[in-house]
Structures are given as structure tokens and as C-alpha cells.
Design a protein around this ligand. Structure first.
Ligand code: KG4
Ligand code: ZN
Length: 351
């Protein structure tokens, strides 16, 4: 089965062709980072306008890379949320248009769920985890810990009570005058810095739960900058490394705690922040020490892309009860929880 998946929830326009939910034949991504960089963050109106401009070229790129035609596609999967509504609509209308024109099914998909299940793709050097696994989704909008029992079977263990980890990276980077996306800039600078130079707080670390909080940490950096100014060169690298270390400490500690509490020895990291070098390194070392197996996709599949929807697109297209053209299911959603059954439990078709 060949699926085309389309992702346009934020500032990446991406189209993938995936075979049998596992094999990525193409994963074309048009990034809008240069467009939004001058504003220090994503401007929703510009994002949707540029999705419209890019989407058909990205579809063509994906088809060329996969060496297939639209006629060969057996079904479509498209992000319906959570995300920027104007941006989501571009992907949704494109997928609906193709599905309608070629008389093929189309399912609406959850962006978070795609991050959480990306590792089920066939990946070079990364084995496929068995179920159940503990999954951390750590992105610009989310910091959530789940137990994944199977596709569509998720139990939330903990989540951020305020900022997401990626959001904290982006806001701290902005305070330090670093370019968007801030996580990338901090990661790069931190590599030459001393993570023990500043003792920033590790929010929620000692609380007996699996929730996170990053807003206090962000404020601690703000206070530091207010008192001492924005540093340059080595002190800037030290500040970045110290902030990053505080985030990484909390993410690792809570993820490992989740594995212990659940008696599960497989940990999956996903989402844009899972590109972070320090997080990947520390996770590898600590999982080794605690006899846990770590699964993390290569960075290009951790940031937003359409291939990550391959496993869930295939699964939901195959499920008989999926109402392929339900207008309600193919509606853009700004917020959406991962177990949002409104996607698949509707019975009336509006086709
Ligand atoms: O998953 P993603 O591409 O989009 C969302 O679903 O939000 O994640 C984007 C987030 C941004 O906050 C970005 O700063 C962060 O991921 N990010 C990183 C790194 N690369 C991207 N954070 C830390 N270190 C990185 N190397
Ligand atoms: Zn994402």
C-alpha cells in the first residue's frame, strides 16, 4: 500500500510517500525558517500563505523522489491538528482534493501521535521498538510522556504545566539575541560551553510525578540576563550550556522514572527537541547504564516532516471503521489531544 502524507501544521510544508507504513520512499520538506527568522518566530499569516505557494511543488518533489505518479497512491493521510488553523487548512484541502479526484480514502491525523510513532518507520541504524514503550514527545508545543501500547493506544503519564521544552529553548534564545529556531542556536553554542557554570533550577525534578515545568527556568535565565546583561563569546556559550543542561536533566530524569514506574525498558524520544545533541548523548549514556533500550529517529525525522505520519496513516486507512471522507474528521484543529476519538468514531459520512 502506498500512502501520501501531508504535513503543514506550522512552518514546514512537507509531503511524503511511504510504502506499507514503514518504508519511506520520499520525504520532501520545504522549510520556511528563512521567512520567519526575521520576525523571531512563526508568523501564522505568512506561514499559511507560503504553504499555498509551496505545496504543489513539494507534492511534485515527493512524487519524483519516490518515482511514482498520483495514480499510484492508495490513500492519503493529513495532519488535522494540533497546529495553526490557516496552515493546517492548506494541507487538508490538498489531501482532500487529491483523494476526491482519484477516488481514494483520506484520513485526518494527529501531529503529536505522528511524532510519538515515527520510530515505527524502517530506519537505518535504529531498530523498531516492540510495544509497549515509553515515549517522550518534546517539541515546540509539547512536552508529554506516554506509554504506547500499540497504534492508537496511548496513556498520558505526564506533561508540561506551562511552557514546552522547545518553547523554552526558543524564548531563551530570543532573550539572548539568537536566531529562530532558538533550540538549534542554543544547541550549537552550548557545545563549546560549560554546563556547570550556572546552577539554574531543575523545575519539578524532585516532585513525585511525571509532569514538567519550564517557565520558572526561563525566568531564571531572564533574571540573570537582566542583572548581568547578555554575555558574549565564552560566557554566552556557558550560559547556553547551563540552561540546556537544566532542561536535559529534567527530561532525562522524568523519562527514566517513567520507564521504572511502568516496568518498561524501551524509551523513545521524539519531536524537534530530540535533535538536541546533549539530550541524545545523555539519553544514550543513561539508558545504557540502566539497561534501557533507547530509540530515537535521525534528526531530519524528529523535526516536522510528513514521513513521520506513515505508520499511523497506514494503520488508520486500513481500519475498516475509518470514515474516510467525514467532513468533521477532516476539520483543522488548533488544539487536539492524542486520544481524540472524534477523528475515527464518527459514523455519518458527508462525502
Ligand atoms: O517538532 P518540531 O519541529 O515542531 C513542533 O511540533 O513544535 O519542534 C520544533 C522545536 C522548536 O522549539 C525548536 O527550537 C526545537 O524543536 N529544536 C531544538 C533543536 N532543534 C529543534 N531544540 C533543542 N535543540 C535542537 N537541536
Ligand atoms: Zn512537531
Amino acid at each position: 500500500m502506498l500512502t501520501m502524507t501531508i504535513e503543514s501544521s506550522c512552518d514546514e510544508t512537507s509531503v511524503a510517500v511511504v510504502r506499507d507504513g514503514r518504508e519511506v520512499l520520499a520525504n520532501a520538506v520545504a522549510s520556511q525558517i528563512p521567512i520567519h527568522q526575521r520576525y523571531g518566530g512563526v508568523v501564522p499569516e505568512l506561514a499559511s500563505r507560503n504553504h499555498i505557494r509551496n505545496i504543489h511543488a513539494v507534492v511534485d518533489d515527493a512524487l519524483a523522489e519516490a518515482d511514482v505518479d498520483l495514480e499510484d497512491i492508495d490513500g492519503y493521510g493529513v495532519t488535522v491538528g494540533p497546529g495553526l488553523v490557516g496552515s493546517l487548512l492548506v494541507g487538508i484541502e490538498t489531501a482532500k482534493g487529491f483523494a476526491y479526484a482519484f477516488d481514494k480514502p483520506c484520513v485526518g491525523l494527529n501531529h503529536l501521535e505522528a511524532h510519538l510513532t515515527t520510530v515505527l518507520l524502517e530506519l537505518e541504524d535504529v531498530p523498531t521498538p516492540e510495544f509497549p514503550y515509553v515515549g517522550l514527545v518534546v517539541s515546540g508545543g509539547h512536552t508529554d510522556l506516554y506509554v504506547v501500547e500499540g497504534l492508537g493506544e496511548y496513556t498520558l503519564l505526564g506533561r508540561t504545566r506551562d511552557d514546552a521544552a522547545g518553547e523554552a529553548f526558543d524564548k531563551v534564545a530570543k532573550m539572548l539575541g539568537l536566531p529562530y529556531p532558538g533550540g538549534v542556536a542554543i544547541d550549537r553554542l552550548a557545545r563549546g560551553g560549560d554546563p556547570a557554570r550556572h546552577a539554574f533550577p531543575r523545575p519539578m525534578l524532585n516532585r513525585d510525578n511525571l509532569d514538567f515545568s519550564f517557565s520558572g527556568l526561563k525566568t531564571a535565565v531572564l533574571r540573570h540576563v537582566e542583572q548581568q546583561g547578555v554575555p558574549e563569546e565564552q560566557p554566552l556559550a556557558d550560559l547556553c550550556a547551563s540552561f540546556q543542561e537544566a532542561v536535559v536533566d529534567v527530561l532525562i530524569e522524568k523519562s527514566l522514572r517513567a520507564c521504572r514506574q511502568q516496568g518498561i525498558d524501551r524509551l523513545v524520544l521524539s519531536g524537534g527537541v530530540a535533535c538536541n545533541h546533549r539530550l541524545r548523548h545523555r539519553a544514550r549514556v543513561e539508558c545504557d547504564q540502566q539497561d534501557l533500550t533507547l530509540f530515537v529517529a535521525p534528526p531530519r525525522l524528529c523535526t516536522d516532516n510528513a514521513a513521520m505520519f506513515g505508520p499511523i496513516a497506514e494503520e488508520y486507512l486500513k481500519r475498516k471503521d475509518a470514515d474516510h471522507f467525514d467532513a468533521h474528521a477532516l476539520r483543522a484543529r488548533a488544539t487536539m489531544s492524542i486520544g481524540d476519538d472524534s477523528l475515527r468514531q464518527t459514523s455519518s459520512s458527508h462525502r
